[in-house]
Structures are given as structure tokens and as C-alpha cells.
Design a protein around this ligand. Structure first.
Ligand code: TRP
Ligand code: ZN
Length: 475
């Protein structure tokens, strides 16, 4: 268990900003679709999705059903040309709405084929269509843009978004990098299908999630056409470019695998990538059927990045992963990608679960038992950083990838397992992944499900492990 492997080199020591607050209010469907938000007023779409950790991430007033992105990236000048076609549905009457887009130059915006007025303020692209959109109306927005994308620096000091490398770009958007390369409703509340077409110089490979519909080369350029039909949050999209060795096959379960590996990482990556089908089979036995139709890995050589990301169907690794990192990013396909967050404060539902999957994998493959891993962590003194804040509400966006979220989040699941027994514990994990498949889940919903399945009162356990400051008493 090495949560620090996935943490950025520049991550600073985090400080608990405020008391953890239990948020048990169920999230209304309307809020999920973006109709509500702190700045929602009248017929203007809100500038954010209402997430206090990232107030400007996402937008109110509409849901994006599909993104059609057509990109061209020149790896030597680092110039990106893009056309984004968003098929959306208004969730309220809209005289105006926002998209998230940071940097780059916008050439033009059309709504339903008609030129629309637009203005840029910070990370918001504010669009005023010629005709007001009716509540419930399906509409299409086209944005043309170009420029040299720049990664965004997260509150914890790490970089995300379009990160240039020596042979292309490492593209990882969690939590807010999508806006560095396409205009989006970039909050995990909003999930969409994607078609991503990328043209790069011949000899480079451009990899996104889902299936490769085709590739063709002409005039020294190669175009790759990718399609992900399952709902996907914007932070899980990628368009990573590099000089890659490509391997394609279909697993026994019919999952189409596409691996792209930087030659400098190939030797170290090979023995781990060989295990991908057996890892997915093992996780399918524990968590229920694999939620997607394609899989794979993008193993880049991006030494400055410092983390891997569970991009949907095809995680991106900044270097050859070890087996526990492969298990971790694969587990996210169920926990985070298929079952998504409605608020970043619930991040332990992603990271605690993926970390616990690492512990379970070790336990069932000749390594340490989860109990032993738990005990070693629990032995850390009260002043250790592990106990700096409770994982159920890390307090700010600065803390979402910090050790307490990963390690104490996993410890919470281990405590749950001890409280309800193995049989009910694994029922709970599987029921969670199944009931919320392709959608969203909140901490309060997870607690309720665990209580329903086990027939036990668990509020004390969750209160202690997720929401109470300091090192919990031993159970
Ligand atoms: N979610 C990633 C993982 O645990 C880690 C991650 C993504 C990350 N973006 C980050 C960590 C930015 C630190 C900073 O697999
Ligand atoms: Zn993770």
C-alpha cells in the first residue's frame, strides 16, 4: 500500500482547515442535472455545479449528453486545434449558459447552428445564444478553439490537464484539467458519452478511452477515432499522445483491450500489463461484472507528473505501474468511473475503495492480510499525518489526494468488514457497484446500503472513521 506513489512530488503537508461536517442530505436529481447551484438565478445557467471545493467546476442549467471532440495536435509546436460539438439538454430556461474552458483562443461558438455571442472570464466561457433555450430543449453547441494548452495547478500543487511531454502530451484531468483542452461541463455530476478524434504527426499515437473505431494516415499525419459510449465524467477523458508501442486483444470476457506503452517503460511494464485480464477477472468476481466494454493502459514516460489516473476504460500511468497501482486504477473503473461522485468531498468513495482493493489483492495473492496492513497503519502515533483530518470531508480541494483519504478511507472499509463479517461486506461492495452502475453515489447512500444489507446500525462506525477528527479509538 503506497498511496504516496500516486501523490504529486510537490504535494504540501496539508492542514485541517475546518471542522468536518456530516453531509447526509440526499442529492436531488435536479441538482445532479445542474438546475440548482449557488449562483443559479432566473434564466442564467450557473457558473459552477455547486461544489464548495471547486466552485467554478461544472455549470448549471444543462446536461451534456455527448461530446464530439475533433483535435489536432502538433507535437513540435505544442499547438492544439479543436472543434467541440456538445449535444446538451437544458434543465431550465436559458438565456445564457457557461462552459468551463481555461486558456486557448476561441474562434467561434454556435448554438443550434447559429452564431452565438460569447465572452471569456477566468475559466468560464459564457455563451449567449441568439434564441433563448426552453427548459427540456435538446441543443447543440459547437466551439472552435486553438492555442497551446497549459496544465492547471491544483490546490495541492500538482499539475493536471494537458501536460506536455518530450514526445507528446500526458492528459489527465482530475480534478479540473478537462477545461485545459476542451470546453466542458466539467464536474463529475455530469456524465456523457464521447467521440474523440485526434490527428497527430505520423509516428505518434493518440489514445483516448473506449474503442478505436479506426485510424488512417495521410500527408504525414495520423488520425485516431475513439468512442466511449458509457457515461463518463470529463475528468476521466484523455487524449494522451506519444511514441507508443501498441498491443490489442480481446479477453475471454469479450473486453477489448488496447495498451499503449512508451518504449522506455516497456520492459518494466510488460510483466504487470500481462496481468490486466486476470486483475479485471478477479475484481469482477469481487465487485460484479466489469462496467465497460473496453480496457487497457497508457504507460507514458512522464517523470514530472508523479501520479497515475483511472481514465475511463484505459488508465494513464506516468511510468510503468507496479501491480498494486494496476489493481488500484482498475478498481476505480467500478469505484469512481462507473459509480461517480456528486461532490469532491466524497472522494474517499473513490480512493478509499481503490486502496482497499490493493489490500484485498495482496491478501488473496500471497501478500499481507488486510488486517496486517490495517494494523501497521493503526500503529502510527496520534500526531502522524495519517490522522491529520477525517476522510469523509477532507475540508478543501487541497486535501483530496492526501494520505488520510486513501489510507484512512481504506481503514474505514476494513472496520466495516470487521463489523459486518466477510459475507455481508462483499455483498455490500458488489451491491454498491451494481445499484449505482453508470451513475452516482454519495457517502450517505453507501452508509444506508451497508446498514440495509447487514441489518446493523453503523452510524457510530462511519461517524468515527469518516467524520471525527483525530486518531479513532481501537475497535
Ligand atoms: N486519482 C488518482 C489515483 O489515485 C490520483 C490523482 C489524480 C492525483 N490526479 C491527481 C493525485 C492529482 C495527486 C494530484 O489513482
Ligand atoms: Zn486512486
Amino acid at each position: 500500500m503506497k498511496p504516496s506513489r500516486r501523490q504529486p512530488a510537490r504535494s504540501r503537508i496539508s492542514v485541517l482547515r475546518r471542522e468536518a461536517v456530516i453531509a447526509t442530505v440526499p442529492v436531488a436529481v435536479a441538482a445532479l442535472l445542474g438546475a440548482a447551484g449557488p449562483t443559479a438565478a432566473g434564466t442564467t445557467g450557473a457558473a459552477g455545479a455547486g461544489d464548495p471545493y471547486f466552485p467554478l467546476s461544472g455549470n448549471g442549467g444543462y446536461h451534456v449528453r455527448h461530446y464530439g471532440l475533433t483535435l489536432r495536435y502538433d507535437t513540435s509546436s505544442r499547438h492544439l486545434d479543436g472543434t467541440a460539438v456538445l449535444s446538451a439538454r437544458a434543465t431550465q430556461r436559458l438565456t445564457r449558459f457557461d462552459l468551463d474552458l481555461k486558456g486557448l483562443t476561441v474562434g467561434g461558438v454556435t448554438v443550434e447552428g447559429t452564431r452565438a455571442a460569447f465572452r471569456r472570464t477566468g475559466q468560464e466561457l459564457v455563451v449567449t445564444p441568439r434564441r433563448t433555450l426552453r427548459a427540456g430543449q435538446d441543443f447543440r453547441v459547437t466551439v472552435t478553439y486553438h492555442g497551446i494548452p497549459k496544465p492547471v495547478t491544483d490546490p495541492d500543487g500538482s499539475a493536471d490537464g494537458w501536460i506536455p511531454t518530450d514526445d507528446g502530451a500526458f492528459v489527465a484531468n482530475e480534478p479540473q484539467g478537462a477545461m485545459t483542452w476542451f470546453p466542458a461541463n466539467a464536474h463529475p455530476k455530469d456524465k456523457s458519452s464521447y467521440d474523440i478524434t485526434i490527428t497527430v504527426p505520423q509516428g505518434r499515437t493518440a489514445v483516448a478511452g473506449g474503442v478505436l473505431l479506426g485510424q488512417h494516415t495521410a500527408h504525414g499525419l495520423t488520425t485516431f477515432r475513439w468512442r466511449e459510449t458509457q457515461p463518463m465524467a470529463a475528468y476521466l477523458a484523455t487524449a494522451t499522445v506519444g511514441k507508443f508501442q501498441v498491443q490489442q486483444y480481446t479477453t475471454r470476457d469479450g473486453i477489448r483491450v488496447y495498451n499503449a506503452v512508451d518504449a522506455r517503460e516497456a520492459r518494466a511494464a510488460a510483466p504487470v500489463l500481462k496481468k490486466l485480464p486476470s486483475v479485471l477477472e478477479w475484481e469482477s468476481r469481487l465487485f460484479g461484472p466489469y462496467p465497460f466494454r473496453s480496457a487497457g493502459a497508457i504507460v507514458d514516460h512522464a517523470p514530472d507528473v508523479g501520479y497515475a489516473l483511472e481514465t475511463q476504460t484505459r488508465p494513464v500511468y506516468d511510468s510503468a505501474p507496479d501491480i498494486s497501482t494496476l489493481v488500484h486504477e482498475s478498481a476505480h473503473q467500478w469505484f469512481g468511473d462507473s459509480v461517480s461522485l456528486t461532490a469532491w468531498k466524497d472522494i474517499w468513495l473513490n480512493e478509499g475503495f481503490a486502496t482497499y482493493a490493493e489490500w484485498l489483492y495482496a491478501e488473496q495473492h500471497g501478500g499481507d492480510s488486510a488486517q496486517k496492513t490495517f494494523d501497521a497503519l493503526y500503529a502510527r502515533p496520534a500526531g502522524n499525518h495519517l490522522w491529520a483530518f477525517p476522510p469523509g470531508d477532507p475540508g478543501s480541494g487541497k486535501n483530496i489526494f492526501d494520505t488520510p483519504v486513501y489510507a484512512r478511507g481504506a481503514m474505514t472499509l476494513h472496520e466495516l468488514r470487521r463489523a459486518v463479517g466477510d459475507r455481508d461486506f462483499f455483498r455490500i461492495l458488489r451491491a454498491w457497484a451494481t445499484a449505482h452502475r453508470g451513475g452516482h453515489g454519495t457517502t450517505a447512500q453507501f452508509e444506508r446500503l451497508a446498514e440495509q444489507i447487514s441489518g446493523k446500525r453503523l452510524d457510530g462506525l462511519f461517524q468515527t472513521w469518516l467524520f471525527t477528527k483525530g486518531k479513532p479509538d481501537s475497535a
